[in-house]
Design a protein around this ligand. Structure first.
Ligand code: PLP
Length: 429
C-alpha cells in the first residue's frame, strides 16, 4: 500500500500544528511511520487520501458503534444545522436526550452534558469533592480519565501514598491529592483508604479498562470497591466514557450489576460529535450550579448539533437492543479466529475481550493491570500493527489501546481480518 499523500500532508501539518496532530495518539509515535490522513468513511471502512480502503477497528476510538456516516445520525445533524448551530439558550432536544439517557442507564436521575470525556471526568471529581467535603481521590494506574491535571499522575516506586505528576505543568499540589491504586487489587485500595481515613472524596475507575489495552475487572473487584466506598463514605465514579452505551444499553453498571454514585460518558453518547456527560442521583446532581454550590458551565454544552447526533444514536441503540448481542457475537468470532491463527504460529499472546472491546497483548501471562500490560512485546506489536495496516486492517497505533468493533462489520470483514492476522503472525517472534 502507498501512503505518499498522507506523508506529504503530515509534513504540512507539522509546520502549523504541534506534532502535526490535535491529539497525541494519532501520531504513530508508538509504532513508527507517518499517520494516515482520512478522506472519508462509510460503515466499517475508512478511505484515506491515497485511495486505500481500510477495515476500521478504532471507530473514532469508540463513538461509531454503528459504523461511520450512519444515516439516521447524519440526517439528524444536517436537519438541525439548518435551524442554527448554537444559541447558548435552552433547547428541547437537551431534555429529550437527557430523558432517554436517564431511562437507559440504571441508578441515575439527572445528567449534565459537556463537550468531552475529559470535561465530564473533571467535573465529576469536582462534584464528588464538593458533595463529600473531602479533597483526595483514588485512581488506578493505567486508567485514563482525560487530560485534566488530577488524572495525569502515574505510579513511581514511592507512589504508594502520593502520586507524582507525569506531565510538566501539573503541580505537586495537585498531584498529592491523587492516590494511585493497582487495577484489580482490592487489598491495595483498602490500604490506601485506611492510610487516608476521612480524606478520600471518590474512587474513579474505568469499570472495564480500555486505556492499557482491554482489561476487564476480575470477579468481585467492582463489588468490592462498592463495599469499600459504602463503608468509608466515599463516592464511586464509573468512568463509562468507553463502556457507556457499548457494553450494554445501561453500560457497565447494567452488565456487572454494580451501582456507581456518579457515571461519566463520552464517545458513543455523542454519536461522533464532541459530547461528554456526567450523571448521578438527584441528591448529588443538585449540588451543581445554578441550584447548588459546585460550579460547572459551558458555552457550547448541550449544543444542538451535538445533541441531535447523540439523540439519534441513543434512539437507535434503545430501539434495536439486539445490536449489542450482534456486535458481541462478531467480537467473539474475531476473538476465536485471531486465537486460532496466532496459536498456529507459536506467538506469545493473550487476548482480552468483553462485549465489543478486544485487544491482543503480546505476552503469555494474564493481563490484569498496568504492569502486566506493560510486559507485552512491543516489537511484536509494531510489526503486527504495520503488517495489519498493509493488509488493509486499521487497529490503534499503540499496544495500550483496546479495539472497538462496530456493528457495520460483516463476517466477511472479520474473516479478512483473521486471514490478515494469519499472514502477519508468520513475521512475529
Ligand atoms: C476517551 C476517554 C476519556 C476522555 O474523553 P475525551 O473526549 O477524549 O476527552 C476519558 N475516559 C475514558 C475512559 C476514555 O476512554
Amino acid at each position: 500500500m502507498k501512503y505518499q499523500r498522507s506523508s506529504a500532508l503530515f509534513v504540512e501539518a507539522q509546520k502549523v500544528i504541534p506534532g502535526g496532530v490535535n491529539s497525541p495518539v494519532r501520531a504513530f509515535k508508538a509504532v513508527g511511520g507517518d499517520p494516515i490522513f482520512v478522506e472519508k468513511a462509510q460503515g466499517a471502512y475508512l478511505y484515506d487520501v491515497d485511495g486505500n480502503k481500510l477495515i476500521d477497528y478504532i471507530n473514532s476510538w469508540g463513538p461509531m458503534i454503528l459504523g461511520h456516516a450512519y444515516a439516521p445520525v447524519v440526517n439528524a445533524v444536517v436537519e438541525k444545522a439548518k435551524k442554527g448551530t448554537s444559541f447558548g439558550m435552552p433547547t428541547k432536544i437537551e431534555t429529550d436526550i437527557a430523558e432517554l439517557a436517564v431511562s437507559m442507564v440504571p441508578n441515575i436521575d439527572k445528567i449534565r452534558f459537556v463537550n468531552s470525556g475529559t470535561e465530564a471526568c473533571m467535573s465529576a471529581v469536582r462534584l464528588a469533592r464538593g458533595f463529600t467535603g473531602k479533597d483526595k481521590i483514588i485512581k488506578f494506574a493505567g486508567c485514563y480519565h482525560g487530560h485534566s491535571d488530577s488524572f495525569l499522575i502515574q505510579a513511581g516506586s514511592g507512589a504508594v501514598t502520593f502520586g507524582t505528576p507525569n506531565s510538566p505543568g501539573v503541580t505537586e499540589g495537585t498531584a498529592k491529592d491523587t492516590l494511585l491504586a493497582t487495577y484489580n487489587d482490592l487489598d491495595n485500595v483498602a490500604q490506601l483508604i485506611s492510610a487516608n481515613q476521612n480524606e478520600i472524596a471518590c474512587i474513579i475507575i474505568e469499570p472495564v479498562a480500555g486505556n492499557m489495552g482491554c482489561i476487564p475487572p476480575t470477579t468481585g473487584f467492582l463489588e468490592g470497591l462498592r463495599e469499600l466506598c459504602d463503608k468509608n463514605n466515599i463516592l464511586l465514579i464509573f468512568d463509562e466514557v468507553m463502556t457507556g452505551f457499548r457494553l450494554a444499553p445501561g453500560g457497565a453498571q447494567e452488565l456487572f450489576g454494580v451501582k456507581a454514585d456518579i457515571v461519566t460518558f463520552g464517545k458513543v453518547i455523542g454519536g461522533g460529535l464532541p459530547v461528554g456527560a456526567f450523571a448521578a442521583r438527584s441528591e448529588i446532581m443538585d449540588y451543581l450550579a445554578p441550584i447548588g454550590p459546585v460550579y460547572q458551565a459551558g458555552t457550547l454544552s448541550g449544543n444542538p448539533l451535538a445533541m441531535a447526533a447523540g439523540l439519534a444514536m441513543l434512539n437507535e441503540l434503545n430501539k434495536n437492543r439486539n445490536i449489542f448481542e450482534s456486535i458481541n457475537k462478531k467480537t467473539e468470532y474475531l476473538h476465536n479466529g485471531l486465537d486460532r491463527v496466532l496459536s498456529a504460529e507459536n506467538v506469545k499472546f493473550t487476548i482480552n475481550r468483553i462485549g465489543s472491546m478486544i485487544s491482543v497483548h503480546f505476552s503469555e501471562n494474564k493481563v490484569v493491570d498496568f504492569n502486566s500490560a506493560a510486559e507485552g512485546n512491543n516489537d511484536n506489536f509494531k510489526k503486527f500493527f504495520h503488517g495489519m495496516l498493509d493488509e488493509g486492517i486499521y487497529i490503534a497505533p499503540s499496544a495500550f489501546e483496546t479495539w472497538f468493533l462496530c456493528d457495520a462489520l460483516t463476517y466477511e470483514d472479520l474473516d479478512q481480518t483473521i486471514e490478515a492476522c494469519a499472514k502477519v503472525a508468520k513475521k512475529l517472534k
